[in-house]
Design a protein around this ligand. Structure first.
Ligand SMILES: Nc1ccn([C@@H]2O[C@H](COP(=O)(O)OP(=O)(O)OP(=O)(O)O)[C@@H](O)[C@H]2O)c(=O)n1
Ligand SMILES: C[C@](O)(CO)[C@H](O)COP(=O)(O)O
Length: 254
């Protein structure tokens, strides 16, 4: 092939195939005793299935890799088989690891070669709207190495000196300027090679993938997040998630 017939990097990125890695291997300790969080039901359907459908709702997504609880891959495969999912999307299931970061890495390792854009989406954010997913993909296609959806904060944030004993008062150290702060959600989107390099290079335990890319010295950009992309973390979040689903059913005229 002559150089002239090769697509430009911008064209190649615009046409790149997109895969999503869904880390779903967490226990959900903060949600209280029960099945692993991703397998718990929201309105009768496992949270993971809601999250998978939210990702597969994007026509740009052609592969979803679910990272299952370490001993739950067979159960997750059966769940995917038992629920209606778009036929245009392929699905893979791999067992996860001890920390979120390990689970994402195991999902990345399972990706076939022909995907150049990768999204990482928490199973614990089952209700993210498709417009948010598409906005993240578009920003990566436009050339950003890493993209996060995020929202401005509703509360003022204080930096404190953490108490040495539980229940002790904590002195405030600083009040960061709220207008410059954002609460970060998922799906986070990446140029695949960048995310792979981040996971190979950064060994500190971090809570999100974009911060690993920041540590490489690259710019991470923010697109608008959505209030329905909240993370189901504590019991009250389950109540909120079911209320959002009930509102959607009403709006859809069911
Ligand atoms: N070893 C782990 C830990 C977390 N996750 C996933 O990472 C996402 C975000 O994590 P979080 O909501 O904190 O889930 P848990 O770790 O399950 O929650 P907790 O800290 O309350 O146990 C979830 O979809 C979770 O399943 C994962 O795949 N592998
Ligand atoms: C990736 C994440 O959802 C972005 O908000 C978040 O950092 C996950 O953190 P957690 O400690 O696993 O809840």
């Amino acid at each position: 092939m002559s150089d002239d017939s090769r697509p430009s990097p911008a064209t190649a990125r615009a046409e790149a195939r997109t895969a999503v890695v869904i880390p779903a291997a967490g226990r959900g300790v903060r949600l209280g005793p029960g099945a692993p969080k991703a397998l718990r039901a929201l309105n009768g359907t496992p949270m993971l299935i809601h999250a998978v459908r939210a990702m597969a709702a994007s026509r740009a997504v052609s592969l979803v890799v679910v990272v299952a609880p370490p001993d739950g891959a067979a159960e997750v495969k059966s769940l995917l088989d038992a629920h209606a999912l778009p036929e245009r999307t392929d699905f893979l299931v791999v067992p996860g690891g001890a920390e979120r970061q390990d689970s994402v890495k195991l999902g990345l390792d399972a990706l076939p070669p022909d995907y150049d854009i990768v999204l990482v989406h928490d199973a614990a954010r089952p209700l993210v709207p498709v417009d948010t997913v598409d906005a993240v993909i578009e920003a990566v296609r436009d050339g950003a190495p890493a993209v996060v959806p995020a929202l401005p904060l509703a509360d003022t944030v204080k930096e404190v000196e953490p108490a040495s004993a539980a229940g002790d008062p904590e002195p405030v150290v600083a009040t960061p300027e709220r207008a410059r702060l954002r609460a970060v959600q998922t799906p986070q989107g990446f140029d695949r090679a960048t995310l792979v390099r981040a996971h190979e290079t950064i060994t500190d335990n971090v809570t999100d993938d974009a911060s690993m890319v920041e540590q490489l010295g690259l710019t991470v950009v923010v697109v608008p997040g959505h209030e329905e992309a909240f993370k189901v973390t504590r019991p009250l979040d389950l109540v909120l998630a079911e209320a959002v689903l009930a509102r959607r059913r009403l709006n859809d005229g069911f």
